[in-house]
Design a binder for this molecule. Structure first.
Ligand code: SAH
Length: 345
C-alpha cells in the first residue's frame, strides 16, 4: 500500500496516469487530501470506480486526538495525536499577535540525547512520514477551526535526522494546491547536524534555520548535548556561516537558560564574541523543568539578555506559553505513555 498523503502533486500525477486518468485528477485528489479527508469515499467529484481503485492501492494517513489540553492562561492548545500504528506525537498551537503558529514534531521520540529535553528520554521509535508531519498542521487547523500562518519544526524529534521526509513535508505544505504556507513562515530547529545543514543549504529554501546552541564552548555544550562531542562549536558555526552564504538567510540561535550550567556572565561574553558580526538573532528560552532531569531553570535570564545586548546582539526571550499544560514538547507524550500501556515509550 502506498502512502498517498506523502506524495507530491507530481508523483500523484504519475500514479493517476498509470491508472489511465486525465491530468486534472491529480490536482483534485491532492486538494482533497490537503483538506484532511480520511477516506477516498469523501472525494465526491472523483468517479466511484477510481475511488475504489485508489483505496485498493493507497492508504490515507490521519491522526486522531488522543488528548487535548487548552491553556487557561493564553489559549495555547496542545494535541497528543495517535497515529495509525498506535504511536503518539505532540503538536502545539500558539496564538501570537502576528498570527497562529503551529509547532510540529518530526519523529516519534528522538535519538539526540540532550540532557534537558523530555523528547529524547525514551530514544527514537521511528521517523514520521511527510504526510504525518503535514497531518499535524492540517488536523490542528481542522480541529481548532483556525487558520495557521506559521510553522515551527520544534516539536518532538530532530528534523535533520529525518531529512528526506522533512524536505518532502516542506514541499507539500508549501504547495499552492495545498496549504500554501510560504517558506518565510516556516522555521526549522536543529541541534546542529552540520552535514545536514550543508545539505539543506543546497536547496536554497527561504525558511528560517534555528540552531539550538545552548552553550558557547565545547565543554559546556558537550556536557548537555551529546551531538557536540563529534562536531564542536567551531565546526557548527562554520556550517552556519556557509548556510548564510548559500541561502542569504541568517541563522538564528536558541539558548535554553539552565541554572549554573550556561548562564554566567563569562558565558554571555563568550557567546557574544562567538556571534559578533553575524547579525544573528539569539532567542533565550527559559528552561522548562523536566522532572526526570536535575537541571533547573536559570534565574539570570534578564541579566544574561542585557549583557548580550550590551555587546551588540539582538536578543529575545521566548514568552512562556501554555505553562499550565505541559506545553514543552515531549512531556505530554511521556505522561500519556506512563498512564497507558498501549503507548510505546
Ligand atoms: N531537535 C531540534 C528541535 C527540538 S525542540 C533541536 O534540537 O533544535 C526545540 C527547542 O527546544 C530546541 O532548542 C531544544 O533544545 C529546546 N528544548 C528542549 N527541551 C527543552 C526544555 N526542557 N526547556 C527549554 N527548551 C528546551
Amino acid at each position: 500500500m502506498r502512502d498517498i498523503k506523502s506524495m507530491t502533486l507530481e508523483e500523484l500525477g504519475e500514479l493517476l496516469k498509470d491508472l489511465g486518468q486525465p491530468a486534472f485528477r491529480a490536482r483534485q485528489v491532492f486538494s482533497w487530501l490537503h483538506r484532511g479527508v480520511t477516506s477516498f469515499e469523501e472525494m465526491s467529484d472523483i468517479p466511484k470506480d477510481l475511488r475504489a481503485r485508489l483505496a485498493e492501492r493507497c492508504v490515507i494517513s490521519f491522526p486522531t486526538v488522543e488528548r487535548k489540553q487548552v491553556s487557561r492562561e493564553d489559549g495555547t492548545v496542545k494535541y497528543l495525536w495517535r497515529l495509525l500504528d498506535g504511536n503518539c506525537v505532540e503538536t502545539v498551537l500558539m496564538r501570537y499577535h502576528h498570527g497562529n503558529t503551529v509547532c510540529v514534531s518530526s519523529q516519534v521520540g528522538c535519538r539526540m540525547g540532550c540532557a534537558f529535553c523530555a523528547s529524547t528520554l525514551g530514544g527514537k521509535v521511528r521517523d514520521l512520514t511527510a504526510g504525518e508531519i503535514l497531518d499535524q498542521v492540517l488536523f490542528t487547523q481542522l480541529d481548532s477551526g483556525e487558520k495557521l500562518s506559521n510553522i515551527v519544526m520544534m516539536g518532538i524529534g530532530e528534523p535533520l535526522d529525518n531529512f528526506d521526509n522533512v524536505l518532502r513535508f516542506l514541499e507539500l505544505v508549501n504547495c499552492p494546491e495545498g496549504l500554501n504556507i510560504g517558506m518565510r513562515h516556516i522555521s526549522l530547529s536543529t541541534c546542529g547536524l552540520t552535514e545536514k545543514i550543508d545539505k539543506l543549504a543546497g536547496y536554497g529554501l527561504q525558511l528560517t534555520l534555528s540552531v539550538s546552541l545552548h552553550a558557547p564552548d565545547d565543554a559546556t555544550r558537550s556536557s548537555i548535548m551529546p551531538v557536540n562531542k563529534s562536531v564542536g562549536v567551531d565546526k557548527l558555526m562554520a556550517a552556519c556561516r556557509r548556510y548564510f552564504d548559500r541561502t542569504g538567510r541568517r541563522v538564528s540561535f536558541e539558548y535554553a537558560m539552565i541554572d549554573g550550567v550556561n548562564d554566567s556572565d563569562a558565558q554571555a561574553d563568550r557567546l557574544a564574541a562567538l556571534l559578533a558580526g553575524t547579525g544573528s538573532h539569539v532567542n533565550l528560552i527559559p528552561l522548562n523543568h523536566v522532572s526526570e532531569s536535575p537541571l533547573k531553570p536559570s534565574r539570570r535570564v534578564r541579566q544574561f539578555q542585557r549583557r548580550l545586548e550590551g555587546r551588540g546582539l539582538t536578543v529575545t526571550v521566548r514568552r512562556k506559553l501554555g505553562g499550565d499544560i505541559d506545553a514543552s514538547c515531549g512531556q505530554l507524550r511521556r505522561k500519556a505513555a506512563a498512564e497507558d500501556p498501549r503507548e510505546r515509550k
